[in-house]
Design a protein around this ligand. Structure first.
Ligand code: WT7
Length: 650
């Protein structure tokens, strides 16, 4: 540990770690000497059925083409080539079910499963370019389904299994999915909760409004009873399992759509973020190899995310499998049957690389260090963090208590839109600082600028800096599904003159020039690393007959990063029944969106603070929610509204 200009501690990699690391400092030099050549070299780590003509074509900005004219098969890269290279017996997935059952899937078995699914999807008449919705808990078949789609050029849209039927239907309709793959139910803290039922609810919702879904394919997991529509519904074990395990992967264009993943923006309508094949796989593979220092055949890797989020796509499915990882996939929650679960799993499989979210680290801190201390965690040699800013205290605890004071911690900044890690230390190179994402990776370019686009100065800690990406990158989104105008407006309008991508995050550079990401600067909340829009929660609240108006803010929360705080005005007919009403409104949001969007607090208020143009001043509501002195209220129509609002909080 050494002292730096304005931060107390910084941690250099040990000489031993640095000597064996996949990535050395020369990567930065190679990338800055010739960016295109650098990315071409990274792409060469993959198997291409046909070589590309041009590394980057940015002539149609902001829609990039990477490795144009190149052809590859994403699933072949993640599965087949490892078997062909003689690693068929290596375990790809150590799957750990929540109730305690487990299953090891080798690369050879994975290939057979993916081939079966691909054969059956073809039998169903699905063709390259069709969309498939995947609404599943963390079971191996979910990964098989994603890879089978990739193998056939079907574009998957994974919908987090915690989302409501309404949210599922919205996503299925937006993408016009022909097939939904799901499970009968999912294990949640020892109980089997229905899931197929939610699919039926989604499809029968909206009355007679027709939907695009022809079949629902159901994996048996919990054996609970399911509603069944003859002809439409199919059991996985009666169809996929019976199909042939032989299938030859066909090549697809580098720019062939690989997946759509819906994420929250600043309006109530989720955005279908579109990712394509060659550039995406290149960057997830490159970052997984270098940021996690992953060594095939030696490491046991565990990313605790869910496949419903981009972290699951990039760092459970495509990154690790393209690098022939042996990884743990865990179905359940970290405290079932008790708070030892993660450390038992680390011990059982000898996990060496562990990647999780700051919220979980803070939760472990609350549970106490004696819990991890009861286990042999000596296999852990690298720790990663993602999804939200990690506070220095949690960072140090993570390194000291989980990483024995020696494991490098990589704080990785990226987004659904960026597809892969963008800003992060390189574990064998960077002297890390608790709480800082440090610097753009080799091949990536980012700036911290002010409102006008002027770079902020080092050490200007109070400056309002915005994070922008000033150069295209291989795994960048190629658009918003069905709404290219929104794509331009959301990401490219703010710094249109410069042609920069606006990330929506605030950032600063410290006196050493190292980068700190400070969190969202738009109306997007980050609760436990989950992205939720204020507008979506507001619209769920006003969907309740008792609510006339609602304003929602993210207030800082010790464990979850942010907590959702809502202020509602009731309709004339509604009665304020106190706690009963508040509970009912919270339940409404859970039902409409997901339990992850359930507000932490709801305050019934007589009025909301608005500007003269009628815009709700969320900044001031955040001040109230966090118990701070009010900021500038001069643009408010009626500054007195706060007295009334505060009175309801007391
Ligand atoms: C937003 C993206 C990245 C995959 C999971 C979330 C925040 C993400 C960090 C980090 C500070 C971070 C940002 C970003 N975020 N990683 N290391 N430090 N903030 O993906 O749902 O698309 O959310 O998460 O605010 O914009 P996402």
């Amino acid at each position: 540990m050494t002292e730096t200009a304005d931060h107390k501690d910084s941690y250099s990699p040990s000489a031993e770690f640095a000597a064996a690391a996949n990535a050395g400092a020369e990567l930065y030099e190679q990338a800055s000497a010739d960016r295109d050549a650098f990315w071409a070299e990274q792409a060469s780590r993959l198997h291409w059925h046909q070589p590309w003509g041009q590394v980057l074509d940015w002539s149609d900005a902001p829609v990039a083409k990477w490795f144009a004219d190149g052809k590859l098969n994403v699933a072949y890269n993640c599965v087949d080539r490892h078997v062909l290279d003689g690693h068929g017996d290596q375990v790809a997935i150590h799957w750990e079910g929540e109730p305690g059952d487990s299953r090891a899937v080798t690369y050879r078995e994975l290939l057979a499963e993916v081939s079966r699914a691909a054969n059956y999807f073809t039998e169903l008449g699905l063709e390259a370019g069709d969309r498939v919705a995947i609404y599943m808990p963390m079971v191996p078949e979910a990964i098989v389904a994603m890879l089978a789609c990739a193998r056939l050029g079907l574009t998957h849209s994974v919908v987090f299994a915690g989302f409501s039927p309404t949210a599922l239907r919205q996503r299925v309709d937006d993408a016009s999915a022909r097939l939904i793959i799901t499970t009968d139910g999912q294990w949640r803290r020892g109980k089997a909760a229905p899931l197929k039922e939610a699919v039926d609810e989604a499809l029968f919702a909206n009355g007679d409004v027709p939907h695009s879904v022809e079949h629902v394919l159901v994996v048996r997991r919990t054996e609970i009873e399911v509603p069944w529509t003859e002809g439409r519904d199919l059991w996985w074990h009666e169809t996929v399992t019976q199909a042939s395990p032989e299938h030859e992967a066909q090549p697809f264009d580098a720019e062939h759509p690989l997946f759509i993943l819906y994420t929250s923006g600043t309006t109530g309508k989720p955005k279908g973020i579109l990712h394509t094949s060659g550039g995406y796989l290149t960057q997830v593979s490159y970052t997984h190899h270098n940021v996690f220092d992953h060594k095939a055949g030696q490491d046991v890797y565990w990313c605790t995310a869910d496949i419903g989020w981009v972290t699951g796509h990039s760092y459970i499915v495509y990154g690790p499998l393209s690098n022939r990882a042996t990884q743990v996939v865990y179905e359940g929650t970290p405290n079932f049957p008790d708070e030892h679960r993660h450390w038992q799993i680390v011990e059982k499989y000898g996990v060496s690389i562990y990647y999780t979210a700051p919220t979980l680290v803070r939760t472990f801190m609350k549970w106490g260090r004696e819990i991890p201390a009861a286990h042999d965690l000596s296999s852990l040699r690298l720790l990663g963090s993602v999804g939200e800013p990690i506070n220095p205290e949690a960072w140090r605890w993570y390194r000291d208590v989980i990483g024995a004071g020696t494991a490098p911690v990589v704080d990785t900044w990226w987004q659904t839109e960026t597809g892969a890690i963008m800003i992060s230390p390189l574990p064998g190179v960077t002297a890390t600082k608790p709480g800082a994402a440090m610097a753009p990776l080799p091949g990536i370019s980012a700036l911290v600028v002010d409102e006008e686009g002027k770079p902020v100065q080092r050490g200007e800690t109070e400056a309002n800096g915005y994070l922008v990406l000033d150069q295209p990158w291989p795994s960048m989104l190629r658009g918003i599904w069905g709404d290219m105008e929104r794509y331009r407006a959301t990401y490219w309008e703010r710094y249109a003159a410069q042609g920069w991508y606006f990330a929506g995050d605030g950032a600063k550079l410290d006196a050493d020039g190292d980068l700190w990401v400070l969190g969202r600067v738009d109306d997007v909340m980050n609760v436990s690393g989950h992205r939720i829009s204020t507008a979506e929660v507001e619209s769920a609240l006003v969907g309740h007959s008792g609510v006339a108006e609602a304003a929602v803010v993210g207030a800082s929360d010790e464990t979850t990063g942010q907590g959702i705080v809502a202020f509602v005005i009731l309709t004339a007919e509604a009665k304020d029944t106190g706690a009963a009403l508040v509970d009912e409104l919270k339940a409404e949001v859970s039902r409409e969106i997901s339990p992850i969007a359930r507000p932490r607090e709801i305050h019934v208020v007589p009025e909301l603070p608005k500007t003269r143009s009628g815009k709700i001043m969320r900044r001031l509501l955040r001040d109230v929610a966090e118990g701070r002195e009010l900021g500038d209220t001069s643009t408010l129509v009626d500054p007195n509204v706060f007295e009334a609002i505060r009175a309801t909080k007391a």
